[in-house]
Design a protein around this ligand. Structure first.
Ligand code: NAP
Ligand code: ZN
Ligand code: ZN
Length: 346
C-alpha cells in the first residue's frame, strides 16, 4: 500500500476535506498514474449528496482523470512511464460476459467496477480521482493523444464519451438535425462533437443566457425551453435529441419535437423517475432510449476523434479547497462548462 493525498467527504452534508488514502501495491498489470487534473461531473454530486441512494463514505469521487504514468507493473505492455493517460468511469469489469467480449464493458452483465463508490476486485471500496495518484489495470487506462492538453482532456473521459457514444450509435452526421438538451458539462461536449460529426445542431437550454457560447461551440440554432413558442416552432423537427439534464423533465414536450422514427436518448440521471404518455411515442413511431458512457475501445476512439478535430472541454480550473463551492455552482447551472481540479493544489 502507498499513502496518497485526496479530497474526501464523510457524509451527504459534509464538506470536502484534504486527507490521505491508501492505493494498492502494483499488481503485474497495474499502472500507477500521477493525476494532474480531474473533472467534476454532476454524477460526483449526485453520489456525494446521496441522491442516488447508497453512497459509501468516506467518498473520494472523480472519474474524469488525466495524468501521466509514474510506474508500471511487471507485465504492463500498453503504457510506459511518462505516457499521458486518462481514466474514466470504470476501472475493471468481468471481461467474460457477452457485453464485455463485445467491448461494451460499461454494460458488463456482472457490473463494471466503477471508479468510485463501488467494491473493487480486492474487496475494498474504490476511490476516484480527487487524488494525487490512482492505480488502475492497464486495460482500463486510455491514451491521451498529443495535441490535447491534460486539463481540457480530463472531462472527455466522462462527459466526452457519454455524448460521443449515443451520437455515433444513433447516426448523428450530415443532414441529420440533432438537439442537445442542457448546456452543461455533458451538453457542451455534445454540441462540439455533434458539430464535428457534421450534424445540424440545436441547443435547448432553459434560457438564452448562454446563446453566444453555444454558437461558438458549434450550435447552428439555440432555443430557450422556458419559452412556450419553442415547442410549437420545433415540433416534429429532430432525428435525434440527447437529453443531458440532471433533473426530471416533462418528456412529452421534448418527444413532440421528434420527426418520424426520431429518438430521444436520455443520458441525464435524475434521482426521480421519468414519465411520458404512450401517445408521445406512438406518434411519429418515436423511440425513447438511454445510454451509459462508452466502452474502452470507443473511449479511445473518442479521444482520437477529439484530438483530430481539436476538441477539448471548456474548463474553469479550481483548487482542492474550492470543490464545495464548485458543486453549488454546478447545481445552479452556473458552470462554464466543466470545473477541473488541479491536483498540484493538493
Ligand atoms: P451539468 O453540468 O450540471 O449540466 C446539466 C445541465 O442541465 C445544466 O447545465 C442545465 O443546462 C440543465 N438543467 C439543470 N437543471 C435543470 C432543470 N431543472 N430543468 C431543465 N434543465 C436543467 O451536469 P453534467 O455533468 O453535464 O451531467 C448531467 C447529468 O448526466 C447528471 O444527471 C449526471 O449524473 C448524468 N451523467 C450521465 C452519464 C451517463 O453515462 N449516462 C455520464 C455522466 C453524467 P442549461 O443551463 O443549459 O439549461
Ligand atoms: Zn461522469
Ligand atoms: Zn462483463
Amino acid at each position: 500500500m502507498r499513502s496518497v493525498t485526496a479530497y474526501a467527504t464523510t457524509g451527504t452534508k459534509a464538506p470536502f476535506q484534504r486527507t490521505t488514502i491508501e492505493r494498492r501495491d502494483l499488481g503485474p498489470t497495474d499502472v500507477l498514474i500521477k493525476i494532474a487534473y480531474v473533472g467534476i461531473c454532476h454524477s460526483d454530486i449526485h453520489t456525494a449528496r446521496g441522491e442516488w441512494g447508497s453512497t459509501i463514505f468516506p467518498l473520494v469521487p472523480g472519474h474524469e482523470i488525466a495524468g501521466t504514468v509514474e510506474e508500471t507493473g511487471t507485465e504492463v505492455t500498453e503504457h510506459a512511464v511518462g505516457d499521458r493517460v486518462g481514466v474514466g468511469c470504470m476501472v475493471d469489469s468481468c471481461r467474460e460476459c457477452e457485453n464485455c467480449l463485445a467491448g461494451d464493458q460499461q454494460y458488463c452483465l456482472n457490473g463494471p467496477v466503477w471508479t468510485y463508490n463501488a467494491i473493487g476486485k480486492d474487496g475494498r471500496p474504490t476511490e476516484g480521482g480527487y487524488s494525487s495518484h490512482i492505480v488502475v489495470d492497464q486495460d482500463f487506462v486510455l491514451g491521451i493523444p498529443e495535441g490535447i492538453e491534460l486539463d481540457v482532456a480530463a472531462p472527455l473521459l466522462c462527459a466526452g464519451i457519454t455524448l460521443y457514444s449515443p451520437l455515433k450509435h444513433w447516426g448523428a452526421g450530415p443532414g441529420r438535425p440533432v438537439a442537445i438538451v442542457g448546456l452543461g458539462g455533458l451538453g457542451h461536449m455534445g454540441v462540439k462533437i455533434a458539430h464535428a460529426l457534421g450534424a445540424e445542431v440545436t441547443v435547448l437550454s432553459q434560457t438564452l443566457s448562454k446563446k453566444e457560447d453555444g454558437k461558438r461551440l458549434g450550435a447552428d440554432h439555440y432555443y430557450a425551453t422556458s419559452d412556450e413558442d419553442t415547442f410549437k416552432e420545433l415540433k416534429n423537427r429532430f432525428d435525434l435529441i440527447v437529453c443531458t439534464v440532471s433533473a426530471a423533465l416533462p418528456l412529452d414536450s421534448y418527444l413532440s419535437l421528434l420527426r418520424l422514427d426520431g429518438a430521444l436518448v436520455n443520458v441525464g440521471a435524475p434521482p426521480t423517475p421519468l414519465s411520458m404518455r404512450s401517445g408521445s411515442l406512438m406518434d411519429n413511431r418515436r423511440s425513447f432510449a438511454g445510454s451509459t458512457i462508452g466502452g474502452i475501445r470507443e473511449t479511445q476512439e473518442m479521444l482520437d476523434f477529439c484530438a483530430e478535430h481539436g476538441l477539448g472541454a471548456e474548463i474553469e480550473v479550481i483548487g482542492g479547497d474550492e470543490i464545495d463551492r464548485a458543486y453549488d455552482r454546478v447545481v445552479a447551472s452556473d458552470v462554464r462548462y466543466r470545473f477541473v481540479i488541479d491536483t498540484a493544489t493538493f
